[in-house]
Design a binder for this molecule. Structure first.
Ligand code: HXC
Length: 263
């Protein structure tokens, strides 16, 4: 356990996974500055830890996160928002974390909470989860990548509808829309069990290949097809310089289980 705070609980699970639990129940995990800083610290800690192969971010029964802390930002002026570059530190997950991250969502994932989940590499949710970008109801717009990431995933028409109306969609719909990789019909326990199972599987593979796989899929969201394909090929070539490539392919040919190198 690497707890240093009250609003984020960070645990090293039994095997090679870590779980980061947003824990500010009095505000439905609204993402105040302190919470985001603690979240970023926990993510950096696990990203650097050699014994961790995958990270799960989750919330409570009622909320993954209900968005930016409205009470904290309500009085901000433009010049303060701009000069302090508020919410810039929210992008730490998307910009700096190299290990795979699974968002496990039950309850509300609204505004910045939804945007945080969209920064994860894959998203699991319960069928009754509630996603939305209700910023329009507050006189603002998504500010942490939501308009860009959501649109890339679900297309313009659906993203426009959600962002312009501020309406919610359920976890079940998130699955149908391709936002969620898995929709769990059950409670938080079943959701976390599914996320942990996947995290364990990811953590059981050669970790250089895992990092490379995350990196190239990430690039697909940013590069034109040709550049992305060439980027992928360079990393693919590079993996032939790793022990794990020899270990994996030799094990296959010998009909054995690979024992991956430790990095
Ligand atoms: C601050 C919040 C909050 C938030 C909830 N709370 N969401 N505080 N910021 N985003 C607080 C409430 O004020 C209340 O505190 C306590 O949490 C419980 O919330 P209730 O509203 O009483 O619960 P409920 O009636 O069950 O309604 C749940 C809810 C509602 C539908 C999720 O709380 C809600 O609409 N929250 C705001 C959601 C939102 O607009 N998010 C987008 C924020 S803007 P008290 O002290 O009164 O008991 C944003 C911009 C991101 O995210 C830009 C980039 C980062």
């Amino acid at each position: 356990v690497v707890n240093r705070s009250t609003s984020v609980r960070a645990h090293h699970l039994l095997n090679s996974e870590a779980q980061v639990v947003l824990n500010r129940p009095q505000a439905l995990n609204a993402l105040c500055n302190a919470l985001v800083t603690e979240l970023n610290d926990a993510l950096s800690h696990f990203d650097k830890s050699r014994s961790i192969g995958a990270i799960i971010i989750t919330g409570s029964e009622k909320a993954f996160a209900a968005g930016a802390d409205i009470k904290e930002i309500a009085e901000l002026s433009f010049s303060a928002a701009y000069s302090e570059d508020i919410v810039a530190l929210w992008s730490h997950l998307a910009n700096n974390i190299r290990k795979p991250v699974i968002a496990a969502v039950k309850g509300y994932a609204l505004g910045g909470g939804f945007e945080l989940a969209l920064m994860a590499d894959t998203l699991y949710c319960t069928s009754d989860a509630m996603f939305g970008l209700p910023e329009i109801k507050l006189g603002v717009i998504p500010g942490s990548g939501g308009s860009q990431r959501l649109t890339r995933i679900v297309g313009k028409s659906k993203a426009m509808e959600l962002i312009l109306t501020g309406e919610y969609l359920t976890g079940k719909e998130a699955g149908e829309w391709g936002l969620a990789a898995k929709v769990i019909t059950g409670g938080r326990e079943e959701l976390l069990a599914a996320a942990i199972k996947t995290a364990e599987k990811i953590a059981s593979y050669g970790q250089i290949a895992v990092l490379a796989a995350k990196e190239v899929v990430g690039k697909s969201q940013e590069l034109p097809l040709r550049e992305g394909t060439e980027y992928e090929r360079r990393l693919f070539h590079g993996l032939f310089g790793t022990a794990d490539q020899k270990i994996g392919m030799t094990a296959f040919m010998g009909k054995k289980r690979p024992v991956w190198s430790r990095i």
